[in-house]
Design a protein around this ligand. Structure first.
Ligand SMILES: [Zn+2]
Length: 140
């Protein structure tokens, strides 16, 4: 018996995302139709070419192989510890700019390794320090 889903969602492991993210996923039809990988910094590891990035790429290939997923949703977020540990941003705009650039870099690598796969970019903007309110934005 085979099981198929359309999407693979890759999010940061940050616990502050979970409550609002699950609601957003339900609303957008992801629940029940996506594989899910949580990794600190999400696509950062792929953009940086680290062993964790290789692991993430193998999960993406496995999801496509086992479940025929054809769309990767990369979810990055503001106030990300993986980025705060690696860079010192002057402001929130600078952090977002770097993360969006990493998401796009990761997408090129993902698409090169998985022909036919599309990649979406989701920016989760925490409205407070605890993730009580999060604004989700799809970036082109
Ligand atoms: Zn994070």
């Amino acid at each position: 018996m085979s099981h198929h889903c359309k999407n693979l969602l890759v999010r940061c492991m940050d616990f502050r995302l979970t409550r609002e993210m699950n609601k957003w996923m339900e609303k957008r039809g992801y629940i029940g139709d996506c594989d899910l990988v949580s990794l600190a910094g999400a696509g950062k590891a792929i953009a940086d070419g680290t062993p964790e990035g290789e692991m993430l790429l193998s999960q993406i290939a496995l999801s496509a192989k086992l479940h025929h997923s054809s769309c990767v949703a990369l979810v990055h977020h503001s106030q990300c510890g993986a980025y705060a540990g690696a860079y010192s941003f002057a402001n929130a705009e600078e952090e977002k700019e770097k993360q969006v650039s990493d998401m796009k870099k990761a997408a090129e690598i993902i698409k090169a390794k998985n022909p036919g796969i599309s990649v979406k970019f989701i920016w989760a903007n925490l409205q407070d320090d605890d993730g009580r309110e999060i604004e989700f934005e799809e970036i082109d």
